[in-house]
Design a protein around this ligand. Structure first.
Ligand SMILES: [Mn+2]
Length: 404
């Protein structure tokens, strides 16, 4: 035994062995140094001030917001958190969405911590919620059953944390009214990951809210029944997870898709989709009915129910968002998706995600930048009571009405 220990020590080094035994932190605590240097008189600080992170520099958190490993950190509080789920081992075509959280955070670097826009007429940081980037869930790429359990455990953990209760006085309670325990729960914006991440998320949400409605932006239905010959874990993939979720009674039957344009096996797919609880807004409906009727239809369908929003980046045309696993030509523009999202403000959102960003297929980061911009929209949308008024600018209201 001693010999074995000596060999192990030689192989790993004594420090590594000590860590194995005592669970020491991997890195020393740099803040525990006793003799603090007065930086104010040093050449840098006295001349140039604080060491700020420029847009294209610094460690990678979403839009430079505070970052912590929330699963390890019992101290930090948040109302809305960013959480990465780097997982892509249930994809049917092009893999690579495990790099999605990195690409979306990278695409967010030019966003400002006070980012006001004309279209929203506000900034997410002025609406009260305390934001925190909670890092990524360490998910095994080797065992899908374990991976799905890891995602559910992480989401359940953070959903159960006490909320911060606002960074400013503008903060409003959003979830206590329909949580089963009557308590306010944090809301998470998840960066996927392939679309299967929604199954463990819905399982976690179910424990807090019961069944929820889903607004699903996607080129594909994702309600397909598992293949007949699939057994066990093979039944769960990024095209079948909604069907599994319905079998587990995780959703109400008042869900809705937006942006569908995929090839199907036949009309029977829509019959099954209806049984899973969805109605379909197709990509072409935007030309035939317009953005305002799409918004109206979604709001009518969802009503006051607690609702989860899931956005597959492939809803956007692959010309504008090529970095995804199953691209479908002829999609909505990023602008159209953003306009519909604005119209959904005030629904009872319990969480949101953006999935299927696979940056290996990107050009000039356009997909990561588009996805990060959509996350910004989530951050505002989840905090408003009603959609913003259209920007008027040099046009008067009469002109706008005339146009309509
Ligand atoms: Mn999808």
């Amino acid at each position: 035994m001693l010999t074995f220990h000596l060999i192990l020590c030689a192989a790993l080094g004594h420090t590594a062995i000590a860590r194995l035994h005592e669970q020491e932190p991997m890195y020393p605590d740099l803040h525990s140094i006793v003799d603090v240097v007065d930086v104010s008189t040093e050449p840098w600080t006295s001349k140039y001030g604080p060491q700020i992170d420029l847009g294209y520099a610094g460690p990678l958190s979403f839009s430079h917001m505070p970052y912590t490993k929330c699963l390890d950190d019992g101290k930090s509080r948040f109302d809305i958190a960013i959480l990465g789920m780097p997982f892509d081992t249930t994809t049917s075509y092009r893999p690579g969405a495990r790099f999605g959280p990195f690409a979306i955070r990278s695409g967010s670097r030019r966003q400002r911590p006070d980012g006001y826009t004309l279209t929203w007429a506000t900034s997410p940081y002025d609406l009260g919620a305390a934001f925190l980037d909670c890092g990524d869930v360490p998910i095994t790429p080797m065992d899908n059953a374990k991976a799905i359990d890891q995602m559910e455990a992480a989401y359940t953990t953070l959903l159960s944390r006490p909320v911060k209760g606002g960074a400013t006085s503008a903060y409003k309670s959003r979830t206590a009214a329909f949580a089963k325990d009557g308590e306010e729960h944090p809301r998470l914006i998840t960066l996927g990951g392939d679309h299967t991440i929604v199954l463990p998320i819905l399982r976690a949400l179910n424990k807090v809210y019961g069944p929820v409605s889903v607004i699903h932006f996607d080129a594909h239905l994702d309600t397909w029944a598992p293949p007949d010959d699939a057994v066990g874990q093979e039944r769960i993939n990024h095209g079948s997870f909604f069907s599994i979720a319905a079998d587990e009674h995780l959703m109400t039957n008042t869900s809705i898709h937006a942006g569908i344009r995929c090839q199907m096996l036949g009309p029977q797919d829509i019959v099954h989709d209806d049984a899973v609880g969805f109605q379909v807004i197709s990509t072409d409906d935007i030309d035939d009915y317009g953005i305002s009727r799409i918004i109206k239809k979604i709001r009518q369908r969802i009503g006051d129910s607690p609702v989860y929003l899931s956005l597959d980046i492939d809803v956007v045309d692959p010309g504008l968002a090529p970095a995804t696993g199953t691209p479908e030509p002829g999609g909505w523009t990023t602008r159209e998706v953003k306009r519909i999202l604005r119209g959904l403000s005030g629904l009872n959102f319990v969480g949101a995600d953006i999935v299927e960003v696979a940056p290996a297929y990107d050009n000039a980061d356009i997909t990561g930048i588009a996805a990060a911009n959509i996350v910004y929209d989530f951050m505002v949308m989840m905090q408003l009571d009603t959609p913003p008024q259209p920007h008027v600018g040099p046009f008067d209201k009469v002109d706008l009405m005339h146009k309509a």
